[in-house]
Design a protein around this ligand. Structure first.
Ligand SMILES: [Zn+2]
Ligand SMILES: [Zn+2]
Length: 135
């Protein structure tokens, strides 16, 4: 399994989105701020690649198929948009990997589209090394 450690893509923030206070399926969770309409709150996502576990506070009222605006819980700025999801047409949000490279995730609840992009082979190696260090 791969643990995907992400951080805020805004250069003036860059804070890790991993919060070890929360654990999902054995790995520290990724925390993001989600907004739907006037409601906003922090959601927990699994940091394990291909694990779609997500914990959403009830008061946010987010259901399957809803599109949310995802932002950094630290600086509050929305993640940059990277075009639209090829599977469902919702905006894609771009987030950075701690080890280098980036990941795009779909902003629609329940859509499983996501992808990791490495800018070069060093970023890929750093990602794999960070993962092997966990074992
Ligand atoms: Zn931030
Ligand atoms: Zn999608």
């Amino acid at each position: 399994m791969f643990v995907v450690r992400v951080k805020c893509p805004h250069p003036d923030c860059g804070k890790s989105l991993i919060d070890p206070k929360y654990v999902l399926n054995g790995a520290p969770a990724t925390i993001m701020k989600a907004r739907k309409g006037a409601k906003e709150g922090n959601i927990q996502l699994s940091s394990i690649y291909d694990d779609y576990t997500v914990v959403i506070p009830k008061e946010l009222d987010i259901h399957e198929g809803d599109i949310v605006i995802l932002s950094c819980p630290n600086c509050g700025k929305p993640f940059p948009e990277m075009g639209v999801c090829p599977d469902c047409g919702a905006p894609l949000a771009k987030i950075n990997l701690e080890s280098g490279g980036e990941i795009v995730i779909c902003s629609r609840k329940g859509c499983k589209h996501h992808g990791i992009e490495f800018s070069n082979s060093n970023a890929l190696l750093a990602f794999l090394e960070a993962n092997s260090a966990l074992k």
